[in-house]
Ligand binder design. Structure first.
Ligand SMILES: NC(=O)c1ccc[n+]([C@@H]2O[C@H](COP(=O)([O-])OP(=O)(O)OC[C@H]3O[C@@H](n4cnc5c(N)ncnc54)[C@H](OP(=O)(O)O)[C@@H]3O)[C@@H](O)[C@H]2O)c1
Length: 250
């Protein structure tokens, strides 16, 4: 499926984000033009250096500044034109045992994982901000579909995302914008290694076994993003597509 010359925004596009980088590489291979978003410019420049396309744009921006997202979106469209879609992969991750939860933590998880997603959807669905057939994708998590100890805030923020795409899909269908979520379980890479180091050998083994097909790779996630951006999924909207090695089937 040809995505040549389409313009997509990818948030969380830093080179040290396994999933964000894999999404950028997949789309780069399809000939699209990317707007790479994250807070650290050097990490976005590193991603740029790993891509083949010459027209990608590095665009550092802090998505927790929710009040600035609409103006920022307008400036993007003014400079680079209407977008064909976006992939919101940026997130705040971690553990939040109930005994120590603070209001600040609640904001950290919800602001970037959910509220920024809503503001991006609102901003880029305004007239002249998107091209017909645009596709908006949010990287959720299997944690949003199933309880996980010490993950209350992360899981709730991702569940909110899955709910949001359903309502947004209904509202934006009239504008021919599709809105979907891709929900991985544990993905191989740096985050998985960190988790294994915290859990120890026995619990790590149990976690791996909870994925009957094995852990997904960042490329598995990127392939599903590609599917949902492309016309292959032209009649699919409002879904959460699990990329979880069977984690949720158990
Ligand atoms: N890794 C997994 O096993 C796994 C499993 C299920 C779901 N997921 C989801 O998949 C997505 C990618 O995961 P990952 O582990 O590859 O991510 P990651 O390495 O944690 O990367 C997150 C990215 O978000 C950016 N970011 C964070 N806060 C931001 C902000 N306020 N404004 C702009 N950018 C911000 C960070 O770059 P800067 O620091 O430069 O801003 C970073 O590049 C996330 O949505 C995650 O929840 C991951």
């Amino acid at each position: 499926m040809d995505l040549t010359n389409k313009l997509y925004i990818v948030t969380g596009a830093a080179a040290d984000s396994d999933i964000g980088l894999a999404i950028c590489q997949k789309l780069d291979n399809c000939g699209v033009k990317l707007i790479l978003v994250g807070r650290r410019e050097h990490a976005l420049q590193e991603t740029l250096s790993l891509l083949k396309g010459k027209e990608h744009i590095v665009c550092p921006f802090d998505l927790s500044e929710l009040q600035n997202i609409t103006t920022w979106a307008k400036s993007i469209v003014t400079q680079y034109g209407a977008i064909d879609g976006l992939v919101h992969s940026a997130s705040f991750q971690g553990y939040s045992p109930l005994r120590g939860i603070t209001p600040k933590q609640i904001h950290q998880y919800l602001d970037i994982n959910f509220s920024a997603a809503v503001m991006l959807t609102s901003a880029f669905s305004k007239a002249r901000h998107f091209n017909p057939g645009a596709s908006f994708i949010f990287i959720g998590s299997a944690a949003g579909q199933r309880g996980l100890k010490a993950r209350t805030l992360y899981a709730a923020s991702k569940a909110a995302l899955s709910s949001m795409v359903q309502s947004a899909a209904l509202e934006l269908a009239a504008k021919q914008i599709r809105v979907n979520c891709v929900a991985p379980a544990l993905v191989s890479g740096a985050k998985a290694e960190q988790q294994f180091a915290t859990l120890g050998v026995e619990l790590s083994q149990r976690l791996i076994e909870a994925h009957p097909l094995g852990l997904s790779t960042p490329e598995d996630v990127a392939n599903s993003v590609y599917f949902l951006l492309s016309d292959l999924s032209r009649n699919t909207t409002g879904i959460t597509l699990a990329v979880d090695g069977g984690f949720l089937a158990g």
